[in-house]
Design a protein around this ligand. Structure first.
Ligand SMILES: C=C(O[C@@H]1C=C(C(=O)O)C=C[C@H]1O)C(=O)O
Ligand SMILES: NC(=O)CC[C@H](N)C(=O)O
Length: 800
């Protein structure tokens, strides 16, 4: 039996390399190990190569002429004769091959990011038995041949971009003597056709042919070869059996009104209140309320870089600190959460109910950036206001909860606490009574529910127009206009930043950048008005901009009011994962006052620009999922795109939405992996960064820092983070914090005391809103500004 071959994938910090690894694994049946371009020095690298049969050099940001972008790669082509090893280069890897043998690297006149081209080839070598190759390209740079290069390299394929664009662009080469091949396009993209992916099989046939002729045999892996980091789980030990048992009551209450339910639970007067809501009847389905228990419910907050986590217990004065990690371990807080959850997992809940108790809260954008191992700009924006006041992680653990299925009308009242049955029974009675007193059924008839729990909206444009009109109708303002001061991003600055982004795209530093900007709303509220502003805003937003991932979170010094349409990541207790990135936005209201129909939206969203934007994120998310889920022993593991660029209708916009799914097999879960491993390794959400994620985050941090004067200093804060739950039953669901607003409860605390003392009649509070959009090479800066405003206005309109 021939031993299993080993392939080394050298990753240049790209967001598609795990897709490439998955494709190679599938096609070659070899073991694929991934290292970064700078994991090893030259000496170590050469030693390691002896254990491999071939190298794949992946795509990446930057240019092959810059050593920082390619690291170890050039050494691969300069190995002594006896160490030569077959190579397959993709995009940056292809360009580095061409550069090494004399080609010149220049910029494309018209860059190609997420767009497809027909690749012209002769059906030989890499393209043997390939029919029409329709392939996705992600590049700003090109390799151009000259006499010197043509002595060594043979061109195998080109694409003809036409004289208006780039003319003929080289798409594949091989070395004439040495076992080196490369392609400029991306065989691993989900939109490259099968003939385009076949080159990997052909390369492997050619590479193994060469290996056999040379009788090159690889050595065993070096002693102590470490498991790639991604394969270590946060828990660091096998799954622990559940110790707790949940007690619950369930009943049907189709007339239950969520707002009334929250008011029954005293949202108006409670200092702390937490709810994940589904106010639109598609995608989202459940409303989950975490019920605070005096002296019992803990809220955990943490700041990036801190060794301590803070714990605040509801109804108890003071804050406790707990040591969690040394500064240099990025896993610290995440590992800590995984252990906490392991010790709290429970059994005995209703299979139908997604949440049985557990953590609810958010990780902000900066928490995600640090999980990606990118250093945060310093100093942090709020440093002078006290570090604990603006947590990057803010989670509350709930033993008591109420869950409402907004489709079937089923309600669960549950507790994880010991001897807490009385609370469950009393709460059940209260809710039944509340529902009985309600008048109109608020749930959707079950026949609109698809099998997967996703409800499709009616296609009728007439009904949608009516709804938009209602949503945009001028209502009584929530706060008197004179009490509201809005500070919006500066238009010129935003447009200049779109252009800054596009300059980076043209250089090959990124393929797509999700640029954002911050808006603040300062309110002056009479001391006599004791109705809580946050709840007032939420109720309004719930009606005005109903959203599948809406929610309200007030704990740990923060109030977050969300009407997000975007699921980031969900997982169920059986290891099924789902991500639903949105990219591509059309505003429904036209400037002339009429409404965009679904057909018109389809026309706008079916353009290369919008589809490219969406595709890049789909490929990026596949990569994120592959990163954790690949290499499982269970056969049912894997990643698939179950919906590509569907059009979804929301209150004020149409959006292009894709769905990517994956499965974590039982074997992995037994080892101790959980949904948190996937969440941790997928932050921040790719739809809020662009691709490749790491470089894009770095670029955006620079660009946005410059844009955000005032106390944000380029931080996105809760906006762009994720908001959701991780339940003791093993399930989780997290949305992207967009179309949302938040405030830090203690901001102006001292000023407000002074105001009252000096006899002023108003108190101050500041709400923060972010908005943005993906910038690509095809973006029109003015259009991007408009798109940002459209998104901003979906929430800002509450104040106008
Ligand atoms: C950046 C925002 O939204 C993101 C960007 C989108 C786009 O570029 O079309 C769509 C949804 C979100 O992923 C926002 O709402 O502020
Ligand atoms: N996808 C890639 O590898 C891109 C390579 C290079 N950064 C370019 O833009 O051309």
């Amino acid at each position: 039996m021939t031993p299993v071959r080993r392939i080394l994938l050298v990753d240049a910090y790209d967001s598609f390399s795990n897709n490439l690894a998955a494709l190679i694994r599938l096609v070659t049946h070899a073991d694929v190990h991934t290292i970064k371009i700078n994991t090893y020095n030259e000496r170590e690298f050469r030693r390691i190569l002896k254990s491999f049969d071939a190298i794949v050099i992946g795509p990446g940001p930057g240019t092959p002429t810059d050593i920082d972008d390619v690291g170890i790669i050039p050494h691969i082509y300069n190995l002594p004769e006896e160490e030569v090893i077959p190579v397959f280069g993709v995009c940056l890897g292809f360009q580095s091959l061409c550069l090494e043998f004399g080609a010149t690297i220049s910029r494309l006149k018209v860059v190609k990011h997420g767009q497809s081209s027909i690749i012209k080839h002769h059906g030989n070598d890499l393209f043997q038995n390939c029919g029409e190759v329709d392939a996705i390209r992600y590049h700003s740079l090109r390799a151009e041949m000259n006499e010197e290069a043509l002595k060594e390299l043979q061109v195998l394929a080109v694409s003809d971009d036409g004289p208006e664009e780039n003319g003929e662009v080289i798409m594949a080469v091989k070395h004439k003597r040495l076992p080196y091949w490369g392609v400029q396009y991306h065989p691993e993209s989900c939109c490259t056709n099968l003939d385009g992916a076949k080159v990997v099989a052909n390369w492997w046939r050619l590479a193994t042919g060469w290996l056999n002729r040379k009788e090159r045999v690889s050595q065993p892996l070096p002693e102590g070869w470490v498991v790639p980091l991604e394969k270590q789980n946060l828990l660091g030990m096998p799954r622990v059996p559940a110790e707790r048992t949940i007690y619950y009551q369930s009943f049907h209450a189709p007339c239950l009104d969520i707002v009334e339910l929250c008011e029954l639970l005293e949202v108006r007067t409670q200092q702390q209140f937490v709810m994940l809501d589904s106010s639109a009847k598609h995608t989202g389905r459940y409303t989950i309320i975490g019920v605070f228990m005096p002296k019992w419910t803990d809220t955990y907050t943490w700041r990036v870089g801190d060794e301590n986590m803070f714990t605040e217990t509801f109804g108890k004065p003071g804050v406790d600190q707990e040591y969690i990690c040394p500064d240099d371990s990025p896993d610290g807080i995440w590992g800590d959460l995984a252990s906490r959850m392991a010790s709290m997992s429970a059994t005995g809940g209703d299979e139908e109910c997604p949440f049985w108790g557990g953590f609810i809260g958010y990780f902000n954008y900066e928490a995600g950036v640090s999980a990606l191992d990118v250093e945060l700009a310093s100093p942090r924006g709020d440093e002078r206001e006290g570090r604990t006041k603006t947590p990057d992680m803010n989670l509350t653990f709930f033993g008591r909860s109420i869950v409402v299925d907004n489709i079937s009308g089923k309600v669960w009242v549950q507790t994880l606490e010991f001897r807490d049955e009385t609370w469950v029974l009393e709460m059940t009675e209260k809710i039944k009574l509340l529902a009985a007193m309600s008048i109109t059924p608020t749930t959707t008839p079950p026949n609109e529910v698809a099998e997967n729990g996703v409800v499709t909206l009616p296609r009728s444009t007439a009904s949608s127009s009516a709804r938009v009109t209602a949503a945009t109708a001028v209502a009584e303002p929530l706060f008197p206009i004179s009490a509201v001061k809005v500070t919006q991003p500066d238009k010129e600055k935003y447009i200049a930043n779109v252009e800054n982004c596009q300059r980076e795209l043209a250089k090959g530093e990124s393929y797509e950048l999700c640029l954002t900007a911050q808006t603040t709303v300062d309110l002056e509220i009479p001391f006599t008005d004791d109705e809580d502003s946050a709840w007032k805003i939420y109720k309004h937003l719930r009606k005005r901009n109903p959203a599948p991932f809406a929610g309200f979170y007030r704990a740990g010094n923060t109030t977050l009011v969300s009407s997000s349409p975007e699921r980031f990541l969900s997982w169920d207790r059986h290891g099924h994962f789902q991500l639903r990135p949105i990219k591509g936005t059309v505003r429904k209201a036209k400037p002339d006052g009429t409404i965009v129909t679904r057909r018109e939206a389809e026309e706008i969203l079916n353009t290369p620009k919008e589809r490219a934007e969406n595709l890049m994120i789909v490929d990026l998310i596949r990569h994120d999922l592959h990163g954790v889920l690949d290499g499982q022993e269970d056969e049912d593991g894997g990643v698939k795109v179950s919906k590509l660029m569907g059009i979804e209708e929301y209150e004020t916009v149409f959006q292009l939405v894709s769905v990517i799914e994956g499965r974590m097999g039982e074997h992995m879960r037994e080892e101790g992996f959980s949904g948190m491993d996937v969440l941790y390794r997928s932050l921040p959400p790719g739809s809020m960064t662009g691709a490749p994620k790491k470089r894009s985050v770095e670029i955006l941090q620079d660009i946005e820092r410059d844009a955000n004067e005032g106390n944000n200093r380029g931080e996105r804060g809760v906006y762009s983070g994720v908001f959701g739950y991780w339940s003791v039953c093993g399930a989780g669901d997290w949305s992207v914090v967009i179309r949302s607003m938040y405030r830090f409860n203690e901001e102006f605390h001292h000023e407000n005391i002074a105001r009252r003392e000096t006899g002023m009649d108003t108190r101050r509070e500041r709400w923060r809103l972010g908005a943005g959009g993906a910038v690509t090479a095809l973006s029109d800066p003015e259009g991007e500004w408009e798109e940002m405003l459209t998104k901003l206005n979906s929430t800002l309109a509450v104040f106008q």
